[in-house]
Design a protein around this ligand. Structure first.
Ligand SMILES: NC(=O)c1ccc[n+]([C@@H]2O[C@H](COP(=O)([O-])OP(=O)(O)OC[C@H]3O[C@@H](n4cnc5c(N)ncnc54)[C@H](O)[C@@H]3O)[C@@H](O)[C@H]2O)c1
Length: 242
C-alpha cells in the first residue's frame, strides 16, 4: 500500500521542519525525492540525509523563471508538494489588516500563492502528457477559517492556493491528475513558549509535527488516492471542525 516506487516527487521548502518530514515519508514510500529550498545548504543536507537517489533542487518558488528552468532541468515530476510558505520576506508580524500598509501584503502572497501558481504551472504540462499527476498544497487553517491573530495577507495566500487546487482538480480530473490541500493547524515549530501556551487548546492535547503531515502526503500521492481530488483536508488535532 502507498508504494511510490518509480515516482519522482518534488517537495518545495523541504529544507527543514514540515517539508523535511514530507520528503522523508515520500522517500520511505519509495519515491525519488527532489528536495527544494531557497536556502541551498538546507536542500543539500536534507537530500543527503534521505540518501538513495534524492536530489537537491534549490530555487526560489517566487521566481517564476527560476522555477520553470529548475523543473525543466529536473525532468518528469509525478508528485508536487507545495510546502514552501511563510509570512513573506518579513517575519510573520501579527497586526490587524486595517493597520497594515499595502507593501506588507506582497511577501505573503508571493510565496504562499504565486509560488504555488509557478510550481503547478511548470509541472502540469508533463503530468497531462503522461496522464498522471499528484499535486498537494500545504495550506493552513488560516486559509480555511481565518485566524484572529492578525495574519490576513498570509490567510489570503493560503486560501488562494487551496482554491487553485479545486480548480485544477476540475480542469484535470480526466488527465489522471489529482489536486488536494492539507490545511494544517498549529504545529510544533512555533516558538517554545507559544507551543506551551497553545498545546492545551488542541482537542487531542498536543501540537502537530512533521510526522503527522508526511504520511497523509504519502497517501495523497499514491495510486490508492486516485478518487480524492479537489479536497481540503484539515490536519489539526481537532482544533477546527468543518
Ligand atoms: N508551522 C505552523 O504552525 C504551520 C501552520 C499551518 C501551515 N503551515 C505551513 O506549512 C508549511 C511549512 O511550514 P514550516 O513551519 O515547516 O515552515 P519553515 O519556515 O520552518 O520551513 C519552510 C522552508 O521553506 C523554505 N522557503 C521559504 N521560502 C521559500 C521560497 N520562496 N522558495 C523555496 N523555499 C522557501 C525555507 O527556507 C524553509 O526551509 C508552510 O507552507 C506553512 O505556511 C505551517
Amino acid at each position: 500500500m502507498f508504494d511510490l516506487t518509480g515516482r519522482t516527487a518534488l517537495v518545495t521548502g523541504a529544507g527543514q521542519n514540515i517539508g523535511t518530514g514530507i520528503a522523508r515519508s515520500l522517500a520511505d514510500a519509495g519515491a525519488r525525492v527532489l528536495v527544494n529550498d531557497v536556502v541551498p545548504d538546507r536542500a543539500d543536507e536534507v537530500a543527503a540525509s534521505l540518501g538513495g537517489d534524492a536530489k537537491p533542487v534549490p530555487f526560489d518558488v517566487t521566481d517564476r523563471e527560476a522555477v520553470a528552468a529548475a523543473i525543466d532541468a529536473a525532468g518528469p515530476v509525478d508528485v508536487l508538494v507545495n510546502n514552501a510558505g511563510n509570512g513573506g520576506t518579513e517575519a510573520m508580524l501579527p497586526g490587524r489588516f486595517v493597520d497594515t500598509v499595502p507593501d506588507q501584503w506582497q511577501g505573503p502572497l508571493d510565496v504562499n500563492l504565486h509560488g504555488v501558481l509557478h510550481c503547478c504551472h511548470a509541472v502540469l504540462p508533463g503530468m497531462v502528457e503522461r496522464g498522471h499527476g499528484r499535486i498537494i498544497t500545504i495550506s493552513s487553517a488560516a486559509g480555511t477559517h481565518g485566524v484572529g491573530l492578525g495574519f490576513a495577507p498570509y490567510s489570503v495566500g493560503k486560501g488562494g492556493s487551496l482554491s487553485l487546487m479545486r480548480s485544477l482538480a476540475l480542469e484535470h480530473g480526466r488527465d489522471g491528475i489529482t489536486a488536494n490541500s492539507v490545511a494544517l493547524g498549529i504545529m510544533d515549530s512555533v516558538r517554545a513558549e507559544t507551543a506551551r501556551a497553545l498545546a492545551g487548546t488542541v482537542p487531542v492535547g498536543r501540537l502537530g509535527s512533521p510526522d503527522d503531515v508526511g504520511p497523509l502526503c504519502a497517501y495523497l500521492a499514491s495510486d490508492e488516492a486516485a478518487w480524492i481530488t479537489g479536497q481540503t483536508i484539515g490536519l489539526n488535532g481537532g482544533s477546527f471542525t468543518s
